[in-house]
Design a protein around this ligand. Structure first.
Ligand SMILES: Nc1ncnc2c1ncn2[C@@H]1O[C@H](COP(=O)(O)OP(=O)(O)O)[C@@H](O)[C@H]1O
Ligand SMILES: [Mg+2]
Length: 555
């Protein structure tokens, strides 16, 4: 057995680096956080080949002396905390003194920096070793250039996801950094092209529009509340612009982006009655509180934050979101329900879930029997009878099933004719989704979509209704992002489900006899008439025997 030795610092740094900088996006994060801590109000990020070739961050912050520039690369070297007590009131984004040491351990770094009224200087580190230093010309502030990332850690290099995935991670990171600082002007360019920029005028509406895309804040709800010395400020985008992923719910505490399952869920629950099932909002929640009430020192990447009284805060957050949306979106919600009548049914659907096993026992199976319509109960349940039983049909669930099968069938032949739109349809997508759309344009062509040069929709497949364009395009984009392709079976199921519940008749919309009979006839032709596409029953049977038992006529 060989004896134990303490590692040389260079090796220790390389090992530790893996926790701080595991991919290009985390380097972008650390460098931009340093710029913010240096009080910059203009930060430019330039990326080449998803950061593997080059990451450069330029700021107009306070800069450093030449000596500090060298010290900054030592592990645990920081200007932000000095003693243990500082650890409990951290106001800066960095404090661990690890980032530059870690980055220089896994790549080649050149740092140029200049204090006000001084001359500029530079230092260059390769794999953690100082290889060059001298004077440099630049404006006040700091420029850090990282090249040849992971050149000395081939295992990590191989581990990188696709260039597209790394690029998306960088853009996501940029969004979060930009969204946390409305007064800083940010600029991101990738391979020489401007991808996003913010104005830094302190206005959240401008900021959100810059990050997510134009017109996004049109129906935005803003609230400010406080609970237990915490100020909670929320920017809630209209529920009409829902997403298929949760990632656009962003949480910030004292200007730091963080992840927290409970709080994210609280926001989703607050939006609950405004959104369809499996749809998520775009929302920003900023918490401001005394730094000693939280612990950000949970993980090297500082993405987790511990709160005292987390559950209680989550509970209040949900209420704030719900109340604010109620106040602001009354009119919106009514209009929304008219267009998208599913809301209530879903609420009921969830309640039903617990009783579902019971209900299913009463569900008939096999072919839908001949039965006669006798009336409607509670504006929602259609009552039918025949010689054997009494039947209750949920008119919304039944319509959903019918529409689902219609779309499922239509989508089985997706290459069919294309309908041209007289007026091109302007999509309400985020910047990122527009980018994904651009990249995946050929996939859309295959399904009968066409676009003009501004990416407004000019043609749609004939099976799609005008008011379903947005949903279809967004579903397809989500698939492209998740799987890099649109898989027909998955799309068919997902779209058919979404579209079918969107347009289906509302739970308590009254139907006349002819409409009821048409519904019954159409349901009868369905391959699986007994459940809605989400698995809830459409028809429940109360047999004569069961009714007699309820009246204790038989035992
Ligand atoms: N862009 C910058 N402008 C001014 N100073 C910087 C910049 N980047 C890093 N520094 C200095 O280098 C130190 C080390 O940075 P870093 O390794 O990220 O650790 P931390 O941010 O945790 O202190 C910082 O404390 C700061 O003094
Ligand atoms: Mg730092």
């Amino acid at each position: 057995m060989s004896s134990i030795k303490v590692m040389v610092p260079r090796l220790a740094n390389m090992i530790a680096a893996g926790e701080v900088v595991d991919r290009p996006a985390s380097i972008v994060k650390e460098l931009v956080e340093n710029a913010i801590d240096a009080k910059a109000d203009h930060v430019t990020i330039s990326i080449e080949e998803a950061g593997m070739k080059k990451i450069e961050v330029t700021d107009n912050g306070h800069g450093m002396t030449h000596e500090d520039a060298k010290l900054a690369f030592l592990r645990h070297a920081t200007s932000k905390i000095m003693n243990e007590s500082d650890l409990s009131h951290i106001r800066t984004l960095g404090f661990r003194g690890e980032a530059l040491a870690a980055i220089s351990a896994v790549g080649k770094v050149m740092l140029k920096t200049r204090l006000a009224h001084e001359v500029g200087t530079f230092v260059t580190y390769h794999g953690g070793v100082l290889v060059d230093e001298g004077s440099a010309t630049l404006n006040e502030g700091t420029v850090i250039t990282v090249t040849d990332l992971f050149y000395n850690t081939p295992a990590r290099f191989k581990y990188m996801k696709s260039e597209a995935a790394e690029k998306n991670a960088i853009i996501d990171m940029f969004d979060r950094l930009a969204l946390s600082h409305p007064s800083i002007r940010f600029h991101l360019s990738i391979d020489g092209k401007t991808v996003k920029e913010t104005v830094g005028d302190g206005d959240y509406a401008h900021l959100i529009d810059a990050v997510y895309g134009r017109r996004m804040t049109a129906d935005m709800t803003v609230f400010e509340e406080s609970v237990q010395k915490i100020t909670v400020k929320g920017y809630l985008l209209s529920p009409k612009i829902s997403r298929s992923r949760k990632k656009d719910i962003s949480l910030f505490v004292n200007g730091r982006y963080f992840k927290n399952y409970k709080f994210t869920q609280a926001v989703i629950d607050g939006y609950h009655s405004f959104l369809m099932v499996n749809r998520y909002p775009i929302a920003l929640i900023h918490l401001t509180l005394d730094p000693n009430l939280i612990d950000v020192n949970v993980h090297p990447q500082k993405l987790e934050v511990k709160f005292a009284g987390e559950s209680l805060i989550g509970y209040h957050l949900e209420t704030f979101v719900k109340d604010a949306l109620m106040k602001r979106n009354h009119a919106v919600q009514e209009a929304y329900e008219k267009r998208e009548p599913v809301q209530e049914t879903y609420v009921r659907g969830e309640l039903l879930a617990e009783e579902a096993s019971d209900a299913f026992q009463e569900t008939v199976s096999g072919k839908l029997p001949e039965m006669e319509y006798i009336g409607t109960y509670a504006g929602t349940y259609l009552l039918f009878q025949n010689e054997k039983a009494l039947y209750l049909m949920d008119q919304h669930a039944a319509e959903e099933r019918i529409r689902y099968e219609h779309y499922y069938h239509a989508l089985s032949h997706p290459k069919k004719a294309r309908a041209h739109l007289m007026i091109p349809y302007e999509l309400n997508l985020t910047h990122d989704d527009f980018e994904h759309l651009k990249e995946g344009l050929s996939h859309f062509g295959e399904y009968g979509f066409s676009f003009n040069e501004t990416l407004a929709v000019t043609g749609i497949p004939t099976w799609l209704r005008d008011d379903e364009i947005e949903l279809a395009v967004e579903t397809m984009i989500a698939m492209l992002v998740e799987k890099n392709r649109i898989d027909l079976a998955g799309l068919r199921d997902r779209l058919a489900k979404d579209i079918s519940c969107k347009g289906a008749i509302k739970a308590n919309q009254s139907l006349n006899r002819a409409e009821v009979e048409s519904l019954y006839r159409r349901l009868k032709t369905c391959r699986n008439p007994y459940t809605c596409p989400h698995g809830r029953p459409t028809v429940i049977e109360l047999s004569e025997y069961r009714i007699e038992r309820m009246f204790r006529r038989v035992v």
